[in-house]
Design a protein around this ligand. Structure first.
Ligand SMILES: [Zn+2]
Length: 479
C-alpha cells in the first residue's frame, strides 16, 4: 500500500508484517500488519501478502512508540557538534582547559562551542579564563542549566560587544563585559546569523531509542521554528511527530498530522521572578487563546510562585509544571488541587545526584525529582529528557526512575522509585495528555511503534536502549 503522506516529500508506505511479537500490555505472541500508516491487522498466523516486508520479532515486545515530553530539539542538534564541558566528562579546570585546546585544534573553522558546564569544574569562569586557553578563536561555553553562556574576547569581538545596544543579559563589571551572557540564545542566534541546525542526526538518534514523538518545550519557539520543523519533517530530516510549545505566535501556524500546537511556555527564574499578577494575566491571556500553559519550576520558590499565579488565573485541563524538581508535601497537595500535570526528569538523579547531595538543602533532598509521590497523589506524571541538558536516551531515564542512584552509586530517596512498568509509562502517554496512560496497540491505531529484541519480562530487568530493534513512525521504519 502506498500513499503520499506529508506536505512535501513523498513518503512511501510499504506494508510490513511483524511476526511473533509480544503485544504490549497483553503479553500474547501474535502477528501485526502495518499498512497505510496504521495497524491494519492483529492476529496469530497472518499470511504474508505480495511484496510485504516481513520481520520475525521472535517473541520481542512490541510497544507503542515512545514520546519524549520535554526536549529542546534545535539545541540537541547543535549540541552534537559541541564539546562536553561538564561533570561526568570533565572534572577539573585542567581537564576543561585541555579539552578546549584539543577542540580548538580539531575545529577547522568557526567557533569552539562547549556545553554542559557546571561551576564545580572550574568555578565561575569568565572571558579572561577562556582567553588564557583559547585566545585566538571565538569560543562559547553554555552552563548546563541552559541560561548562561560564557564567551571569550574573540567571541565578544565577533558579536560587536561592547556596543550601544548590548543585550540585556550581558554581565558588566566596572563597565567591562565579563563574557557572561544570561538568556542570550535568541540574541546570539540573530547576531551570528546562524542557520538553524540540521535536525537529521538528532532525530535519528532519538529513533534509535524508540522515540516516535517529541514535545519541544523551548520558550522562544515561534513562526520561524514552526516553519523549520515542518520543512525538516517534509524533507525526512525530522522523523518524529512534534508538539511544539512556545510563544502565542505559533497558535497562528497551521497544524498538520505531524506538527501540533503545544502549551504556552513560561520560564521562571527564582532570582528574577516577574510580578505575580502580571504572570496571572499572562496565563489567563494564553488560556483565552485556547492554549494551556507549561511553567518551568526547578526550585521550591519557583513552584510556590507558579502555583500562586495559576491559582490567580484559574487552570485549564492540560496546564502543566515542567520539572517540579523540588516538591514538598504541601506543594504536592496544591498541584493535585489545581489539577495540574507534571513532566519530570528522573535521570537528573543519575546524572547530577552527587551534586544535588552537596548543594541542595538536606531537608529538600527527599523531595527531589519525586516520582512515586506524584502517582500516589494521582497527579498525572510523564517523562522528558530535557535534552541536551539531560541525556536524550529515554531508557536511561526509566532505569534512573527505578534505581534512583547517583553517579557514585548512592541511592536518593528510595521511596520515590517506580516499577519498570511505571517508568515505561512515563514515555507512553499521548503528547496532549502527559501522564494519562491509555495508549494501546489496536487495529486501526497509528503505526508509531517500537520493537524490542526480547520479551518485556527480560527488558524490564535491563531498561536499556540496546534492546530497541526497530522503530516505525506512521508505518515507516525509521530505525
Ligand atoms: Zn527544558
Amino acid at each position: 500500500m502506498r500513499r503520499k503522506a506529508r506536505s512535501a516529500g513523498v513518503v512511501t508506505h510499504i506494508s510490513t508484517l511483524i511476526k511473533n511479537a509480544e503485544l504490549f500490555g497483553q503479553g500474547e505472541i501474535t502477528d501485526i500488519r502495518i499498512a497505510g500508516g496504521r495497524v491494519a491487522a492483529i492476529a496469530a498466523g497472518l499470511p504474508g501478502a505480495g511484496d510485504e516486508h516481513v520481520i520475525d520479532a521472535a517473541g520481542g515486545a512490541l510497544l507503542p512508540g515512545l514520546h519524549d515530553h520535554h526536549i529542546h530539539m534545535m539545541a540537541l542538534a547543535a549540541s552534537l557538534d559541541s564539546v562536553s564541558c561538564g561533570p561526568g566528562d570533565i572534572q577539573s579546570a585542567d581537564e576543561l582547559a585541555a579539552v578546549l585546546r584539543r577542540q580548538n585544534a580539531a575545529v577547522g573553522a568557526g567557533w569552539v562551542r562547549g556545553i554542559g558546564y557546571h561551576p564545580c569544574v572550574a568555578g565561575d569562569i569568565d572571558r579572561d579564563w577562556l582567553d588564557r586557553h583559547v585566545p585566538n578563536r571565538p569560543t562559547r561555553i553554555q552552563h548546563r542549566g541552559g541560561r548562561l553562556w560564557v564567551l571569550n574576547s574573540r567571541a565578544l569581538e565577533e558579536l560587536g560587544v561592547p556596543s550601544a545596544d548590548n543585550p540585556p543579559g550581558l554581565e558588566l563589571r566596572e563597565g567591562r563585559a565579563t563574557g557572561r551572557l544570561y538568556e542570550g540564545d535568541r540574541w546570539l542566534r540573530d547576531r551570528l546569523d546562524n542557520p538553524l541546525p540540521d535536525l537529521a542526526a538528532a532525530s535519528a538518534k532519538l529513533a534509535s531509542f524508540g522515540i516516535t514523538g517529541i514535545t519541544d518545550t523551548t520558550p522562544t519557539n515561534g513562526a520561524r521554528e514552526w516553519a523549520y520543523f515542518q520543512q525538516s519533517q517534509a524533507q525526512g530530516r525530522l522523523c518524529q511527530r512534534v508538539r511544539m510549545m512556545g510563544s502565542l505566535q505559533i497558535g497562528d501556524c497551521a497544524e498538520t498530522e505531524f506538527l501540533q500546537h503545544g502549551e504556552y511556555k513560561v520560564h521562571l527564574l527564582e532570582s528574577q521572578l516577574p510580578d505575580i499578577d502580571a504572570l496571572s494575566m499572562d496565563i489567563a491571556n494564553a488560556h483565552a487563546h485556547g492554549r494551556a500553559v507549561a511553567i518551568h519550576c526547578v526550585s521550591s520558590a519557583e513552584l510556590v510562585f507558579a502555583l500562586g499565579a495559576l491559582r490567580g488565573a484559574g487552570c485549564l485541563p492540560g496546564d502543566r509544571i515542567e520539572h517540579a524538581s523540588v516538591a514538598s508535601p504541601q506543594l504536592l497537595q496544591a498541584i493535585r488541587e489545581l489539577g495540574l500535570r507534571v513532566v519530570t526528569q528522573p535521570h537528573f538523579i543519575a546524572e547530577r545526584g552527587d551534586q544535588y547531595r552537596a548543594d541542595v538543602d538536606t531537608l529538600e533532598q527527599p523531595w527531589l525529582y519525586r516520582c512515586a509521590s506524584f502517582l500516589a497523589w494521582a497527579i498525572p506524571l510523564a517523562g522528558g529528557s530535557d535534552a541536551p541538558f539531560g541525556h536524550p536516551d529515554a531508557w536511561r531515564a526509566m532505569q534512573a526512575a527505578v534505581e534512583r542512584t547517583t553517579p557514585s552509586g548512592k541511592v536518593m530517596s528510595a521511596p520515590e522509585a517506580l516499577s519498570p512498568e511505571q517508568a515505561l509509562s512515563l514515555f507512553l502517554s499521548r503528547p496532549e495528555a502527559p501522564g494519562v496512560n491509555d495508549t494501546r496497540i489496536a487495529t486501526g491505531s497509528r503505526a508509531d511503534l517500537c520493537l524490542l529484541d526480547a520479551p518485556w519480562r527480560t527488558v524490564r530487568k535491563d531498561l536499556c536502549s540496546k534492546h530497541v530493534r526497530s522503530t516505525w513512525v506512521d508505518g515507516n521504519r525509521v530505525f
